[in-house]
Design a protein around this ligand. Structure first.
Ligand SMILES: NC(=O)C1=CN([C@@H]2O[C@H](COP(=O)(O)OP(=O)(O)OC[C@H]3O[C@@H](n4cnc5c(N)ncnc54)[C@H](O)[C@@H]3O)[C@@H](O)[C@H]2O)C=CC1
Ligand SMILES: O=C(O)CCC(=O)C(=O)O
Length: 528
């Protein structure tokens, strides 16, 4: 029975989708060690930001195929460990954009009008109208750091509120900035000149402590800082000091370097204009339903053997690409598997050459499929589309891509794989015929025309009378049935390649006898 584990609160609509295809178990708030001890039973894990999916947990799994993060940030998942283990990681990149952007705007307004503290004071029976005079957002300058989905929506709403919006994002073009009505600025100017600064970027080694004491000192003393993106982007000790010393006028923080916020956090000792919320950016009914459905559908699809829409660890393999390239991917994988058995030994380099119609397709998926095939004899079930590139890399196999737009020999173009390794260079070329049938069209540059079959024997021999007959009778006398046979040669009576499709695997003993036949220089049994 397929089993899915859910370890954070997930909207019921997502659970209903998963229940159609799997047994769904809930263990909300489970400890890391408990999770590591039970993960071996599960095919899929669905989480929000509460669960830390560590390397230890991933390595304790044995049949885990997918981790679904119902939200955007995957910084609570060790994606590298998942990739190494061949576990797909999916998220919901757009499901909570509006919720997080609206929480940011709510934080800005709450800060500006002292809403939380005015509420507490009023509940205590006080009537402190003078104490809570605020300021307007209208005509104030907003600096948005990170102009992705959430940053762009914040900018849109801020523009509608009459704010002047500037932004910093090294990956956003001037055209895109114009489109979302944001004036691009450098980071230093943005912090120095803005009345409000809001962060909407991921936490990475480069962005950690992006807002530190130097940056805070550079801000206006009337400025306010909002972080509804990720903990760790702000040095919390420095922020507490900056607020206590009135270096800036206020801050509203939804996300923390350690969550839940620890009781000894310096932020809990700040007495001035600071609003804290417990990571509520995505906590709207709408967003929770969106992300739960989005991720549950992807988990369901993957468990059913289909592809995922938004995998974070297999670039370039969207479902449309997978569908349109199905025969091409199958060809690349089959050729990878074939050439690994022809090459033997350690391979240092794989050259992937696309010709004719193949050039029109994205090459990355074809490379990944070739590598999956190439490594599958060595790694068995452990290799998949998720970890193929990483596994090749860790084995020191470099990949070179080569596109040849010249008029192809085959109308449908061709794919050629060449390996360079301990046993010299080997190459296999293939194509897809009009009926979608896969064909191997050359082996080691010898032209052949072979449909790949489960068992094959590929020999190298001298082109001379009697060899084919001898081989045929050897196989026959050992009860190995030949389904088809092809000989490829470049010149008459020169070197040749023979490809036999056979119904049964070749016994090792028979292989030794085949190699002893006069004229046969090499014989490679192949299983596809
Ligand atoms: N508080 C909450 O509950 C929620 C928090 N988030 C977080 O909000 C953040 C933004 O999410 P989205 O807009 O959906 O992501 P996104 O991927 O659409 O946008 C992120 C942007 O940050 C930019 N960026 C990367 N490095 C940068 C740098 N060094 N300086 C400036 N910009 C940089 C990227 O170019 C990209 O445009 C993420 O960290 C996400 O995890 C998202 C949803 C809810
Ligand atoms: O799961 C949540 O509520 C947090 C959402 C979040 O931080 C994200 O999507 O990056």
């Amino acid at each position: 029975m397929t089993k899915v584990l859910i370890t954070d609160p997930i909207d019921q609509k997502g659970i209903d989708i998963l229940s159609q295809v799997a047994q769904v178990d809930h263990k909300i708030g489970i400890s890391d060690s408990e999770l590591a001890s039970i993960i071996g039973d599960y095919d899929a894990l669905m989480i929000r930001s509460g669960t830390q999916v560590t390397e230890e947990i991933i390595n304790s799994s044995s049949k885990l195929r997918i981790i679904g993060r119902a939200g955007v940030g995957v910084d609570n998942v060790d994606v590298k460990a998942a990739t190494q283990k061949g576990v797909l990681v999916v998220n919901s990149p757009g499901g909570n954009t509006i919720a997080a952007a609206e929480h940011t705007i709510a934080m800005m307004l709450a800060l500006s009008r002292h809403i939380p503290i005015a509420n507490s004071s009023t509940l205590l029976g006080k009537w402190e109208r003078k104490k809570f005079v605020g300021n307007e957002l209208y005509k104030k300058k907003l600096g948005v750091v990170g102009l992705g989905k959430i940053g762009a929506h914040v900018a849109k709403v801020a523009n509608a509120l009459g704010m002047e919006v500037c932004g910093y994002d090294p990956f956003v073009s001037t055209e895109r900035a114009q489109q979302i009505q944001v004036k691009l600025s450098d980071l230093e100017d943005l912090f120095q000149q803005s009345d409000y600064v809001t962060l909407h970027l991921p936490r990475t080694p480069e962005t950690e402590n992006l807002v530190n004491m130097d940056v805070l000192k550079n801000m206006k003393s009337s400025a306010k800082l909002i972080n509804c993106a990720r903990g760790g982007l702000i040095d919390e000790e420095a922020l507490a000091q900056a607020l206590n010393q009135s270096l800036i006028a206020g801050a509203a923080i939804d996300v923390f370097s350690k969550e839940p916020l620890e009781s000894n956090s310096p932020l809990l000792k700040v007495e001035k204009n600071l609003i804290l919320t417990p990571h509520l950016g995505a906590s709207t009914r709408e967003a929770q339903e969106n992300v739960a459905v989005d991720v549950a559908e992807q988990i369901r699809d993957v468990l059913l053997g289909l592809s995922a829409r938004t995998a974070v660890n297999i670039p370039g393999l969207s479902p449309d690409i997978m569908d349109s390239l199905k025969p091409h991917l199958q060809l690349a994988e089959t050729m990878g598997l074939l050439i690994s058995q022809l090459s033997g030994g350690q391979i240092q380099k794989l050259e992937v050459k696309l010709q004719g119609e193949f050039v029109q397709h994205p090459s990355q998926p074809l490379i990944i499929a070739s590598l999956k095939g190439l490594l599958s004899k060595a790694l068995g079930d452990r290799i998949n589309y998720v970890n193929a590139s990483l596994e090749a890399d860790s084995r020191g196999i470099s990949v070179v891509e080569n596109k040849d737009e010249a008029r192809p020999e085959f109308a449908s173009g061709s794919l050629q794989l060449t390996t360079y390794g301990d046993n010299g260079d080997h190459s296999v070329a293939g194509s897809i015929f009009a009926d979608g049938e896969l064909r191997i069209i050359s082996i080691d540059q010898y032209p052949v025309n072979v449909s790949p079959s489960r068992y094959m024997l590929v020999t190298r021999h001298r082109d001379m009378p009697g060899i084919i007959g001898k081989l045929g009778s050897l196989l026959g006398s050992n009860n190995v049935n030949i389904a088809s046979m092809q000989v490829g040669r470049k010149i008459v009576r020169g070197e040749a390649v023979m490809v036999l499709s056979i119904d049964d695997p070749i016994p090792n003993k028979l292989l030794d006898t085949i190699i002893e036949v006069d004229g046969i220089t090499n014989a490679n049994p192949v299983t596809l």
